[in-house]
Design a protein around this ligand. Structure first.
Ligand code: NAD
Ligand code: UD1
Length: 308
């Protein structure tokens, strides 16, 4: 049976991979995106693109007829840009999540799967991040993502709206924009390597991230959709590999995949709001969603490099 879904932020990096998988499964897909960082060209013509703002309650409501799940991915994604436009980012990142939750409730409690972030954990001094840990955001981006989770929980308590929040760790893969100075580190470093430019590392390069390949994240989103319709609660899970990689090791891994010798590195001061180490615990998503990240960093970088 064909199912209909709404994907906010569906013209963005993760969104268009999700849309492709939904279309391949035979779903009808409506995308709501203001194209502030996403691009219409990312989308298959089989998806219906509506250009607009997630904060427009009437517009979101008008798109929910016949929809059985909302994927809410729209956000301002760069930690640094959220610092430089604190209130503007707050408006989209928290206000947008509340607006989508409310519209989903008003339309008859349509289940919502939404993107949270590993950033909610803050600095954990090398410890593995578990969903039961007390989150300690150190950036406005992270504070808004955490507040979105609280809003989803409140919406479930008050109105019975089912939702699953997924704390994505650092996502990378084909289609990730490298052009912006605030782009994700893997897309920037691969573009640098391709153009034989030096990498700029903010800080000493010993900061780490749990890098997860975009196809695995899409797998997690689809598994969350299967769970969310079966329960009247708000739940939150990590989407991670459980393995951390320092930036210095990342540069070596990209060099191995590129096969063009050794990258030049320049160092610049560490960024404010930057997390030092990040490694997620994948256990809860494994147990409840049946989710495992299947792509190791070497394979994922190889696929990304081949697609450049
Ligand atoms: P992206 O910037 O490529 O996608 C975000 C999309 O949202 C874009 O298409 C943008 O145009 C759209 N958008 C922004 N504001 C909007 C608004 N007001 N109304 C409608 N559309 C709007 O980023 P992405 O990497 O694909 O991120 C998707 C989601 O995953 C975001 O919620 C992000 O916070 C979250 N996330 C991403 C990562 C990562 O490593 N990329 C990690 C953790 C969480
Ligand atoms: C990223 C996501 C954020 C997500 C979070 C989850 C982006 C743009 N941001 O944030 O949405 O919620 O993961 O953990 O995808 N760095 C350099 N040189 C560069 C670029 C980055 O040294 O040219 C460093 C940064 O200072 C940081 C690390 O690389 O220490 C990762 O940075 P970045 O890719 O921007 O991601 P996060 O800030 O972790």
């Amino acid at each position: 049976m064909q199912r209909k879904v709404l994907v906010t932020g569906g013209a963005g990096f993760i969104g268009c991979h999700l849309v492709d998988r939904l279309l391949a499964a035979g779903d009808e897909v409506v995308v709501l995106d203001d194209l502030s960082s996403g691009r219409a060209a990312n989308l298959s013509p089989k998806a219906q693109l509506v250009r607009g703002d997630v904060l427009d309650n009437a517009l979101v409501g008008s798109l929910l007829g016949g929809v059985d799940c909302v994927f809410h991915l729209a956000a301002r994604v760069s930690v640094q840009l959220c610092i430089s436009d604190w209130t503007g980012a707050h408006r989209v990142n928290l206000g947008g999540t509340i607006a989508v939750l409310q519209a989903a409730h008003q339309a008859g409690n349509i289940p919502v799967v939404y993107a949270s972030s590993a950033a909610v954990y803050g600095n954990r001094s090398g410890a593995e991040c578990r969903e039961s840990d007390l989150p300690m955001p150190i950036s406005p981006y992270a504070a808004d993502k955490l507040a979105g989770e609280h809003q989803a929980r409140a919406m479930a308590e008050v109105n019975g709206l089912p939702s699953v929040g997924l704390r994505f760790f650092n996502v990378y893969g084909p289609g990730q924009d490298a052009a912006s100075p605030y782009a994700g580190v893997i897309s920037k470093f691969c573009a640098n390597r391709m153009a034989d430019r030096p990498h700029t590392i903010f800080g000493d390069g010993r900061q780490s991230r749990d890098f997860i390949y975009v196809a695995d994240v899409v797998d997690g989103l689809l598994r969350a959709r299967d769970l969310v319709g079966k329960m009247p609660r708000a739940e939150v899970f990590n989407l991670c590999t459980g393995i951390e990689t320092t930036l210095l090791d990342l540069v070596h891994a990209i060099d191995r995949v590129a096969g063009r010798g050794t990258s030049d590195i320049e160092h610049a001061p560490a960024r404010s709001g930057d997390i030092r180490t990040s490694r997620g615990c994948p256990q809860a998503a494994g147990a409840r969603l049946g989710f495992t990240a299947r792509t190791d960093i070497g394979a994922g970088l190889g696929a990304f490099w081949a697609a450049l």
